[in-house]
Each structure stands twice: as C-alpha cells, then as structure tokens.
Design a protein. Structure first.
Length: 304
C-alpha cells in the first residue's frame, strides 16, 4: 500500500519532472522528495525516473505506474469536491468562458472547471477554442469572448482587472540543437546579445510586456538582435528548430514541446515568468468570484 507522500510525490514529479518544483508544491524539502522516490523505487524494484544534471524523465515503468495511479487519484479528489458541493448546498447558474496562454495554465483551468461544475452543477464552464494567441493576449477579453484568463503577468491596462499571482515558472532559452548555447549548463540574460531572438508581431501587445519576455536590450544595455516576428507559438518552434533564432520560454515548456532540433537551456539570472488571473473590468461575470476561489484553492494545494 502506498503512503500518501509516496503517491503525491510520484504523481507530482511525473507532472513537473523537476525535484525543486515538486518539493515546493508539496511543501517539503527537495531531499525528502528524493528520498521518497528512492524508497518507492526500491519497493517497485525498478527505476521510475531517469535523472541527470539537466533533466528528469519517466522510465517505461514510471509511465505505466503513472497511467495506473492517476485516474484513481483524480477520482478521489473529485469525490471530495462533490461532497463539499453537497455540503455547501450552493446553487448558481450561468456560463463562464475561460482562456489560458500555455498548456500548464490550461491544465490548472481544466481541473478548476471540473471542481467548479461539481460544486455548481447548474452552471457551465466553456473554454476559449485553443490557447490565447501570443499576438493578441488581451483580445478575447476585450471582445467579450473570455470572462477570465490565466496568463503571463505583468498586465496593467485600464480595462483589464488582474487578480493575485497564481504561480511562477523559471525561464529557459530554447535554442537549435546545434547552437553553441545548447552545450552549456546555463545561460545569462547578457548572452542574448550574442544570439538572434525570435520575436512577436506586437501591434496588439503592450510594450512593457514585450520588454519583459522579448527584450530589445540586455540588463547592461547591449542590443539584442531581433529575429523574425511571429504570430503563433508553433511558428516560434519552427524558427528555432530551423536555426533562425532563439526564444525565451518557461522551463516547463521542455516537458510539452521537446522535439528533435530543439534544446532547452536554463537561465541562471532571468526573472521568473509569473502567471495570474485577469478579467474585463466592465461587465464582470457573476460566476467569476467562486471560480477564482477554486483556481486559487487548487493552485495552492499539494499534489498534481
């Protein structure tokens, strides 16, 4: 029989593929996560993860164990949420339209929608088709297609209200596999002056947001060569893989977008990417407060 920490440590590490982030989510030390996984591997009799200085990946045994355990674990969580909904006896009606900017944001919002539907069965949560596009991060809210969105901070617009920071992610530099940076253990923000940075077609993107994630100068003031301006994330992947340039990304992007031709090198000095909730200031959806409560509850809870 698995102990609770063994179960949560394994499933969280299988999702994060990073011991430090797993420890943060479970509110324990990194060494305790490492010890717990080693103990579980001894019980199983096989390695569950392959570890090296730059990455953590699941073994075939680990993938199978995750596939077997995760549905049961999620069912337990949904059962508890359903009991809470019945206990509160709260009934609200309506439709809430939700958007997000990255797969890891989408994972959280989908889980929040599942819990929200159980607590408020007469309400519905709809998802904006696809991810919010890089070239127009605020358009969905301004056009009335999105009631709440989980995306990158900072956003300081008079018609958009921002909530609390939900989580943050360390940054990496995505480079072609044969790029000189690909063979380093880490890179610095100053190194961007020696690379071509793939950028965005930024007519609808606030300049302060662009300067945070697609800067024109290094911290010391050196100019950063600007590469092709893209509209969609798949274009960024194609440009980098073909050797046209490099791009700053969340470190977690490697888990979702790794492919031949791409290498992800961690930054040692870049500020983290911060993600928060935001919504149109005018005409706030009445379902928004209870949904925000669910998102913040799940974001602060241990486990996947």
């Amino acid at each position: 029989m698995l102990e609770r920490l063994e179960l949560e440590a394994f499933l969280t590490l299988a999702e994060e593929l990073h011991f430090g982030r797993t420890a943060e989510r479970l509110h324990v030390t990194t060494s305790r996560i490492s010890q717990t996984i080693k103990r579980l591997e001894r019980r199983v009799g096989a390695d569950l993860f392959v570890r090296n200085s730059r990455s953590v990946t699941l073994t075939e045994v680990g993938k199978q164990l995750r596939e077997d355990l995760l549905p049961a674990y999620e069912q337990i969580g949904l059962g508890i949420a359903q009991a809470i909904a019945f206990g509160r006896g709260v009934t609200i009606k309506g439709v809430l339209r939700v958007g997000w900017s990255a797969p890891w944001c989408g994972n959280l919002m989908v889980r929040a929608a599942e819990v929200f539907r159980l607590r408020h069965p007469e309400s519905e949560v709809e998802f904006e088709i696809g991810e919010v596009q890089l070239c127009d991060p605020l358009g969905g809210m301004r056009e009335g297609r999105v009631d709440v969105q989980l995306t990158e901070f900072p956003i300081a617009e008079p018609d958009i209200t921002t909530g609390r920071l939900v989580f943050s992610e360390p940054r990496s530099l995505m480079v072609p596999a044969d790029h000189p940076f690909a063979f380093r253990e880490s890179v610095s923000m100053e190194d961007l002056a020696d690379a071509v940075l793939v950028t965005l077609a930024d007519e609808r993107i606030p300049r302060y947001w662009m300067d945070r994630y697609f800067p024109r100068r290094t911290p010391s003031g050196r100019p950063i060569p600007q590469g092709p301006a893209t509209n969609f994330w798949p274009e960024v992947l194609v440009h980098v893989a073909s050797g046209t340039g490099v791009s700053t990304v969340a470190a977690r992007a490697e888990h979702f977008h790794a492919r031949p031709g791409l290498t992800f090198v961690p930054f040692r000095d870049a500020p983290p990417i911060e993600y928060g909730l935001m919504w149109p200031t005018a005409g706030r959806n009445p379902l928004l407060p209870p949904f925000l409560e669910v998102v913040e509850e799940l974001a602060s809870a241990p486990g996947p």
